[in-house]
Design a protein around this ligand. Structure first.
Ligand code: FAD
Length: 404
């Protein structure tokens, strides 16, 4: 499978990567090439038309694709490991069939969590889903939604209200452009530093009617549902790590080849120990990142939260360093927009931010190591949320530590 993915990436995606970046155009042809190779929705169980592949295979695919084109690597993640993973784990038959049909046809689903005023503090989201008759009415604004305006399937997170009483956070499946989905519209697109072939947009929800059977029911119920949905998101985090890994490997390979050809002082620059050590460090960092990713996907089901956080944290920071070093080893040639390394530096930069910042991932890891929850709000409560379980956790911490 690695070989097949590598050939597709080299023959089809690599030649298009520069123009996708400069034209800032969504690479539909690449989506269809992934689809035709059986790589869109390959983790979907066979019963729903997929290949029933695991995350172990998905990260191999993503790394190979991202080596050639980071944008297409991200599409491969979201078509195999993001919203689709949550829907396949928790969805009803109707929801699974709907999602499978769209993704297997080439759609990259959008996952809508972030809002203009709730980024890292995702549980402070304001988008609400009010129960009305046999359905929900969604109102709110999402921001930084990858695939806004190109994705059809949207998994939208909202705070559910019944009779104006908050019930917890749930996901809702909405297909953009379908009759009934008129309340979903696409807002402004962010002019991004890298990964320019995928639109990052606002998504506006105005009196969007969603039937009850399109609410994704988390197994722990609505009160703790966000936790379940975030468990599925660990898959997306490892997928993001695999894209960052692929970009870093792509930059490393460019540098390795360049320093053997470029001559200064009458000898190939690879003969200078300064560059040899940079190359050696880069290769060690890449191998360590790959090992963390493989460890995160080594079990059954969704990756473990801490292992996923460790993999994404290390790989994202590694990719920033490795791509920068690769550019440095090219000298001025690396600074030219004609060189893929320049794009790779910009593309790698996102991964310490999107899908959980490096700081927040450190919080996740530390909390697990110390086996304690550390509420981040000033008063210790998840303000704006009705998450009673968090308040109970906090109460028990205070009881054990009266001095605090
Ligand atoms: C390219 C891109 C694509 C994205 N795609 C999607 C998508 O498809 N769907 C989606 O829902 N979202 C998406 N996002 C949003 C992304 O998940 C958020 O950007 C991220 O969660 C951080 O939120 P923020 O940008 O609002 O930063 P903020 O939360 O405002 O953070 C600002 C700074 O404060 C730090 N900080 C915040 N809280 C803490 C804390 N408790 N401890 C220590 N430091 C802290 C952060 O680390 C950061 O350095 C995307 C973002 C990017 C850049």
């Amino acid at each position: 499978m690695r070989q097949r993915a590598r050939s597709l990436a080299l023959d089809v995606f690599a030649p298009r990567a520069a123009s996708i970046d400069s034209a800032e155009m969504y690479p539909w042809e690449n989506c269809f090439a992934l689809r035709d190779a059986g790589f869109m929705g390959m983790t979907i169980p066979k019963a729903y038309g997929g290949a029933g592949a695991g995350y172990q295979e998905a990260v191999v695919l993503v790394e190979e694709v991202a080596k050639a084109c980071g944008v297409t690597g991200r599409i491969a993640v979201e078509a195999n490991m993001g919203a689709i993973g949550a829907i396949m784990a928790y969805g009803t038959e109707k929801q699974k069939n709907l999602a499978a049909e769209l993704v297997l046809d080439g759609d990259k689903p959008a996952i809508c969590i972030t809002e203009p005023e709730s980024g890292s503090a995702a549980t402070e989201m304001k988008t609400r889903a009010d129960k009305v008759g046999n359905g929900y009415v969604l109102n709110g604004t999402k921001h930084w939604i990858t695939g806004g305006g190109v994705s059809r399937l949207h998994l939208i997170f909202a705070r559910v209200y019944e009779n104006d009483e908050p019930q917890g956070i749930a996901g809702f499946l909405v297909v953009r452009g379908e009759p009934g989905a008129e309340g979903l519209s696409i807002g402004r697109r962010e002019p991004t530093m890298g990964l320019r072939g995928i639109p990052e947009t606002e998504v506006h929800l105005k009196n969007l009617h969603v039937p009850s059977d399109m609410m994704l029911q988390p197994p722990s119920g609505l009160r703790k549902g966000f936790g379940d949905l975030m468990t599925a998101y660990n898959g997306q985090r490892v997928g993001a790590a695999a894209v960052a890994l692929g970009i870093a490997v792509g930059a490393y390979e460019q540098a390795e080849s360049f320093i053997q050809k470029r001559e200064q002082f009458g000898r190939p620059i690879c003969e200078f120990q300064g560059l040899q050590w940079m190359l050696a460090d880069m290769s060690v960092q890449i191998s360590a990142a790959r090992a963390l990713i493989n460890e995160a996907v080594s079990g059954e089901g969704f990756p473990d939260k801490t292992k996923a956080a460790q993999a994404k944290l290390f790989t994202s920071e590694m990719a920033v360093t490795v791509t920068n070093n690769a550019l440095q080893m090219h000298g001025a040639a690396g600074y030219s927009r004609n060189n893929p390394v320049e794009r790779m530096v910009r593309d790698a930069r996102m991964f310490t931010i999107g899908g959980g910042t490096a700081q927040v991932l450190r919080n996740v890891i530390a909390s697990d190591l110390l086996n304690r929850k550390f509420p981040q709000t000033r008063d210790g409560y998840l303000t704006g949320s009705s998450d009673k379980s968090s308040m109970e956790d906090l109460r028990s911490v205070v009881e054990r530590n009266p001095e605090c």
